[in-house]
Ligand binder design. Structure first.
Ligand code: PLP
Length: 449
């Protein structure tokens, strides 16, 4: 909807005149002017309210405007709003302690960044310096961020325009049974064959040239493919065998999204480096980081780490993290996400899949779910082609418009919609949102064959 109110129109006009938006052809976009947000909802200047099934870009894990986090930011601003990174500052020390207490294994040192992509950049730099090796392996179905190294690690088509061919990245196929690259019919086959494929990739690339394997614990933007049991443990073993640093990217999956503090906890796997951002402080102030294991931290014990940021561990961002982690612990947000995922979202989406011809597969855990939409359930042909735009993407655009008309702001990527509301979404609101999704899927059904 276009903003009809004068205030909304002014916000929109200034945006269109001066704001250069991410990933967009600037003249072809029509951003909604947002007037406010609270909890799991946001609204425009014309009184339209939307249940946010996207959590922004999957970062408002405790919803918008949580009063305790807002107060903590205000308090920090009044006390010490900023300070250079070389000093010990209470909010930073406390955020690092709270994060390190929750990360698995001996990931006990925290390097703070401004967001997810730079966390990934630094994890790769640490792995290269630690091993003295140049290359990095990552999955085709992945997204690791928009900076040069991170976008080249990504398998997302947004890499293509940024690929100089010089990033030192080799891509491989991670397991995904529904669209198996390995002709697998069971999770066990998919897991074993994906590990065999990864090991032969390592052997043929030359283990002594590979610094790191970087994986999202559960790939997010690429489609929320929960890895089969044993896969991540298998990758851990391959890393140990070949002296490769194992990096898990938990920028999207971390901090409660999966119903655990970290998705790695679902699989009992401990990486050497783990990246985080987004949910660490629900995105109220930009923050990301790398959690570092003892051995890699030791590499930079006597030798300086050649990397840093002016705002590493910014006090406002860290105070927001301290408050967010506190809220999540006090209010049982992680457990809430696990319960609603298992008892409400999972069953509801599986029921939708039975009724709607367009729903090919439902997958996910916690507050982290994807519906893979198809033209045909038998052939599994995606509802729109890979990386479709314009007219070819019309069925997904129609679905998204129907969801918005029903009061739910949907996450849409290619032929998928993801159900990723705040992890503390209220159960009744969630059920109303799922009902609106049901109606929007009927619009998508019209494009099946
Ligand atoms: N890694 C993963 C898994 C992500 O999902 C994202 C963002 O969506 C990033 C990295 C990049 O994070 P940022 O956009 O904060 O740089």
């Amino acid at each position: 909807p276009q903003p009809h109110s004068a205030a909304g129109a002014a916000v929109k006009a200034a945006d269109r005149a001066h704001v250069f938006h991410s990933w967009s052809a600037q003249e072809l976009i029509d951003p909604l002017a947002v007037a406010g947000a609270e909890g799991s909802y946001f609204w425009d200047y014309d009184g339209n309210r939307y249940l946010d099934f996207t959590s922004g870009l999957v970062f408002t894990n405790i919803g918008y405007q949580h009063p305790k986090v807002v107060a903590a930011i205000q308090e920090q601003a009044a006390t010490l709003s900023t300070f250079a990174p070389a000093f010990a500052v209470e909010a930073r020390s406390e955020a690092a302690r709270l994060i390190a207490e929750r990360t698995p294994g001996d990931l006990d040192k925290i390097f703070f960044t401004n967001g997810g992509a730079d966390a990934v950049e630094h994890a790769v730099r640490m792995a290269r310096l630690h091993t003295g090796r140049p290359k990095v392996l990552s999955a085709y179905r992945s997204y690791h961020g928009g900076t040069q190294q991170a976008i080249n690690l990504s398998g997302d088509p947004r890499r293509w325009a940024n690929d100089s061919g010089a990033a030192g990245v080799v891509h491989f196929w991670a397991p995904f049974l529904y669209r198996s690259r390995f002709y697998a019919e069971t999770e066990e086959q998919e897991c074993a064959r994906a590990l065999e494929h990864l090991e032969s990739t390592i052997v043929f690339e030359g283990p002594a040239t590979i610094a790191a394997i970087v994986l999202e614990t559960i790939p997010g933007t690429a489609g929320i493919m929960v890895p089969p049991p044993g896969y991540l443990a298998g990758v851990r073993r391959l890393c140990d065998t070949y002296g490769i640093v194992f990096v898990l990217d938990e920028v999207m999956a971390g901090f409660g999204r999966t119903g655990e503090w970290f998705a790695a906890d679902l699989f009992d796997v401990v990486p050497d480096l783990m990246t985080f951002a987004k949910g660490v402080n629900s995105g109220y102030v930009p923050l990301g980081g790398v959690a570092i294991c003892g051995e890699i931290a030791e590499t930079f014990g006597k030798r300086p780490y050649p990397g840093g940021l002016t705002y590493s561990g910014h006090p406002l961002a860290c105070a927001a993290a301290v408050a967010t982690i506190g809220v999540m612990a006090e209010e049982g947000v992680v457990e809430h996400a696990a319960r609603l995922g298992a008892e409400v979202v999972g069953p509801a989406l599986r029921e939708l899949a039975e009724r709607h011809p367009c729903v090919g597969e439902v997958r996910g855990v916690g507050m982290f779910w994807a519906l893979d939409l198809v033209r045909n359930k038998e052939t599994r042909e995606p509802l729109v082609p890979y990386n479709a735009a314009g007219e070819a993407n019309a069925p997904m655009a129609a679905f998204a418009a129907a969801a918005k008309a029903g009061g739910v702001w949907p996450f849409v990527n290619m032929n998928r919609t993801h159900v990723v509301p705040p992890c503390n979404v209220n159960e009744e609101e969630l059920k109303a949102g799922l009902a609106a999704l049901d109606a929007a899927l009927s619009v998508a059904d019209e494009h099946t064959a």
